[in-house]
Design a protein around this ligand. Sequence first.
Ligand code: WQD
Length: 331
Amino acid sequence: MVLLTGGAGYIGSHTAVELINAGYDVVIADDLSNSEESVMERIGRITGKTPAFRRIDVADGAALEALFGEFEIDSVVHFAGFKAVGESVAQPIKYYRNNLDTTLTLLETMKRFGCRRVVFSSSATVYGEDNPSPYVEEMPEGRCTNPYGWTKFMVERIMTDAASADPEMSVVLLRYFNPLGAHESGLIGEKPNGIPNNLMPYITQVAAGIREKLSVFGNDYDTVDGTGVRDYIHVVDLAKGHVKALEYAEKNTGTEIFNLGTGRGTSVLEIVDAFERVNGVKIPYEFAPRRAGDIASFYADPSKAERVLGWRAEKTIDDMCRDSWRWQKGC
Ligand code: WQD
């Protein structure tokens, strides 16, 4: 059985769907701090199989111990963690406490139960601001620009050290680029708390009339049209990358790192144009000053994941825009 910590969230729920579709038994542990229990039933509607669910905080050692006692868990995909960049700057201790505690408690409990396989939800943010794009896995990690990023950096370190100390352990670190989109059923997607920080949830809320207009942060970057460029990846492609990573972890020991991105950069205005064209809705926007901590452009070299895992992103920016809007309309 595969344990998904934080499996009720945006990327976790899509990964649950793909793991179930691939034949895995899944148990989800989530404290529902940024998700809802109704996601289980929705995963069930998509796959025909509702995953087991326990509402627990993964940093609660006794609760996690009981979970490992109840289910025969042979692999873990670790998503549980806080992820709002701005909030991490304002409340760094909360971020370090939560993201590190969950990881340490998880690794201790795994060790006690002889579970030695873990796939971690990391981020391209660990490349920092100084590495040039495309980012390749062999690059030295950079200086992260916020506490959220440092927690990803630290968890990568902790897991790598754990695997070095235990020759039977298998760790796969997945560095996500910018996930967008939703399941094409419209049943699961991203539900941000409050005012969205990320680009696509903001765009869909403007399209839905919840927000008046999009602020485009910076139009004087050295990019195709002056706006920021990112490597946007469809969340279903990303989720499928986890299935491949788990298959890899089942056959190998040690630590391996993979970028999950498309290798293509897209600007903010290109996203706005695609969204308007695909969905037939207008997105009013205005240019605003650059957002602190943003860099002009970054994108992946995804060739290692293709070579080693046999995985590559297949969906397009148009798919991401269509699926994000379908999800928002159903909310
Ligand atoms: C994308 C582009 C903005 C909002 C962040 C984290 C990263 C990862 C994903 C998550 C940038 C521009 C955005 C808006 C805008 N982690 N933008 N107006 O900053 O690349 O990555 O999310 O768990 O670690 O840093 O993504 O979606 O916020 O921004 O113009 O209202 O859109 O400036 O160029 P980012 P994003």
